[in-house]
Design a protein around this ligand. Structure first.
Ligand code: MF3
Ligand code: CO
Length: 252
């Protein structure tokens, strides 16, 4: 089989992916409830590791291309791939938590952005609009639609609010591998790209900046930050395209 070929999943495989994605969802919920001023992102990492072990799942990111942690924790102007550290979260911060596991041979992947204590109305709006853009994208993940219908749904929602879409990172197919084809950009023209088929499972993950769309990578080789220092938010769900419509496998 060619590497670019999309691997369609059977109903049975989708059920397994629902279980792996539900483990991710449960743990993200536990982490969300732990977020408060004073907690460090390394505290969140330890909780994630322990909860993953309890459920007999395997963290998806640890060891992936040499990434050293279970979680990506991206604070404020960090876009994605922020690394857990002894940095304590402060009142007014926003933190994106990205987490994946493999379980019974299949991956699940999801991300949320959480306000720390009380945040500004603008920060809250960024979080809400990013979450809403993911919902719009999921609605477009239907048999017969095209890939860019998903992408353009994100872009339209976000740009209408004056925010910008990160272009350097994209969503992805997911299954027995964390990253499978196709790439799922968060921008594009409706009606373009491949036709969506039942059995496709996609990790859709808008990364949205309050200011400009530019990002750069810090010297640690991982952490992506906004070029202009503006805040960034990230939400992700693992979504199965089925004859009955989109199934959000990672929704609690
Ligand atoms: N959710 C991200 C992704 O799908 C997380 C990957 S972090 C890495 O790309 F460390 F595993 F690369
Ligand atoms: Co992902």
């Amino acid at each position: 089989m060619r590497k670019e070929e999309i691997i369609l999943k059977s109903d049975e495989e989708i059920e397994i992916m629902r279980r792996s994605s539900q483990i991710v969802a449960e743990i993200l919920l536990i982490l969300k409830e732990k977020v408060e001023p004073g907690i460090t992102t390394l505290d969140l990492e330890r909780t994630a590791e322990e909860e993953t072990r309890k459920r007999k799942a395997k963290p998806a990111f640890k060891g992936y291309r040499g990434y050293p942690y279970c979680l990506c924790t991206s604070v404020n102007d960090q876009v994605v791939h922020g690394m857990p550290s002894r940095r304590a979260l402060k009142d007014g911060d926003i933190v994106s938590i990205d987490f994946g596991v493999s379980y019974e041979g299949f991956y699940g992947d999801s991300a949320i952005t959480v306000p720390v204590g009380g945040v500004t109305a603008d920060s809250m709006r960024l979080i809400k609009v990013t979450a809403e853009s993911l919902n719009r994208a999921i609605e477009a993940a239907r048999v017969g639609n095209r890939l860019m219908d998903i992408s353009s749904a994100v872009q339209k929602c976000v740009e209408a609010e004056g925010f910008s879409v990160v272009r350097e990172f994209v969503g992805h197919g997911i299954g027995k591998e964390l990253h499978e084809p196709p790439q799922v950009p968060n921008f594009g023209e409706p009606g373009k790209g491949m036709r969506l088929k039942a059995g496709m499972v996609l990790a859709i993950e808008p990364m949205i900046n309050m200011g400009g769309s530019g990002v750069r990578i810090l010297d640690d080789g991982w952490t992506a930050v906004t070029v202009d220092g503006s805040l960034s938010a990230h939400f992700e769900h693992t979504v199965a395209v089925t004859e009955k419509g989109p199934h959000v496998l990672s929704r609690v």
